[in-house]
Design a binder for this molecule. Structure first.
Ligand SMILES: *Cc1c(COP(=O)(O)O)cnc(C)c1O
Length: 371
């Protein structure tokens, strides 16, 4: 599904030098690389504050902790996402309120968000699933009308650019109150272990995020709030500093690979290739087909028999997970997400795909449909 060794091989010399230099410097925790990386990422995103942390799940948790919510407050998010998005809401004693997604982009259905807003609703967490932004302009308007916070889950969409109706452009994660991302190795900007970051334009929120990620302290051993321990390692920051300048090229390689898949697959009647919205670039963390006529699992097996991996992101919606089951959402409550869980199939997508590899994948899919 990914080729991290191939990607690293191209920048091996730079990576080796950065790792060795960080190892020899000895400042393994909060070394200078961490701060420098934060500044470089802030410049890339054009955002005022970047606060690195230990992983993307922590980023979401710390973001929600910084908003001053009370137990029982409700946070609206998509039922069709990675578990981390909703997990942290529940862990903090907040109530996740799940809604269905749009059938084309798989991001939050804003009519459903509007209908789910009640007196306890305090925040919305849009997920820019697979690498394409949710409807941020309309969502920010809705949030403003109802005094809600917006925390963007950008773990799959770092570098994606959103264009507002007046032509203004912004990177995802810099539009809501806080953006959260992950540097898990397979993400579009991945390190060699775990890592994550939060972004915000708001200085007061930035201070709160920084404090919470550091045991609730601004002054050493003086704890103003209950926090946690969530840090990006110096070694990971050193890796990310080498890779960040390549992020745009990585995105371009993914977009070219996606276009190549499209050419070979879009005329097949049994599959739907990923939709693109005009408001957002798609950075293709995943290239995800919808496989019609109940044939998804058979197509997956056909690919596997030819030695081609494919993945189902995600096989169950959150409302159908034992951990999140609620009378509020009986089975059938969210038909789009429930259908997608039976139809989605993500193909290998990374920066090292060649026409030869993609031709093999495309021909194997075509042969499944007797083309
Ligand atoms: C990867 C991911 C996360 C969590 O990131 P970790 O670094 O693995 O904790 C959260 N949300 C989404 C949508 C993700 O894809």
């Amino acid at each position: 599904m990914v080729d991290l060794a191939g990607q690293h091989g191209r920048i091996q010399v730079e990576l080796d030098a950065a790792l060795l230099s960080a190892a020899n410097a000895g400042a393994y925790i909060q070394g200078p690389e961490v701060k420098t990386f934060a500044t470089e990422l802030a410049n890339y995103l054009d955002v005022a504050h970047v606060i690195p942390c230990a992983n993307g799940t922590d980023a979401l948790q710390i973001a929600l902790m910084a908003l001053g919510l009370k137990p029982g407050d409700e946070v609206i998010t998509a039922t069709f996402t990675y578990v981390a998005t909703a997990e942290v809401i529940a862990l903090l004693g907040l109530t996740p309120v799940l809604v269905d997604v749009r059938p084309d982009t798989f991001s939050l259905d804003l009519d459903q968000v509007r209908a789910a807003i009640g007196p306890k609703t305090k925040a919305v967490v849009p997920v820019h699933l697979y690498g394409q932004a949710a409807d941020m302009e309309a969502l920010m308007q809705l949030a403003q009308d109802h005094s809600l916070f917006v925390v963007e889950d950008c773990a799959q969409a770092i570098g994606s650019t959103y264009t507002f109706s007046d032509g203004r452009k912004a990177k995802v994660g810099t539009i809501g109150h806080i953006g959260c991302t992950s540097f898990f190795p397979s993400k579009n900007l991945g390190c060699m272990g775990d890592g994550g970051a939060m972004y915000t334009q708001d200085a007061a929120l930035a201070e709160q995020l920084r404090m919470i990620a550091n045991h609730g302290q601004k002054v050493k051993y003086r704890h103003d709030v209950i926090g946690c321990n969530s840090r990006l390692d110096t070694l990971q920051a050193a890796v990310l500093r080498v890779k960040l300048p390549h992020l745009n090229a990585y995105i371009q390689a993914r977009q070219e690979a996606a276009a190549y898949y499209d050419t070979g697959l879009s005329q097949i009647e049994g599959v739907i290739v990923p939709a693109r919205t005009s408001a957002s670039t798609h950075v293709f963390h995943q290239y995800t087909l919808q496989v019609k006529n109940g044939q998804r699992d058979a197509l997956k097996a056909h690919l596997e028999a030819a030695g081609i991996p494919s993945m189902i992101y995600y096989p169950w919606p959150l409302h159908a997970q034992p951990a999140f089951a609620s009378d509020r959402y009986p089975v059938g409550a969210f038909p789009v997400a429930e259908r997608l869980c039976h139809e989605v199939l993500s193909l290998p997508m990374h920066t090292e795909l060649t026409a030869e590899i993609q031709d093999h994948i495309i021909h194997t899919i075509q042969s499944f449909y007797h083309i």
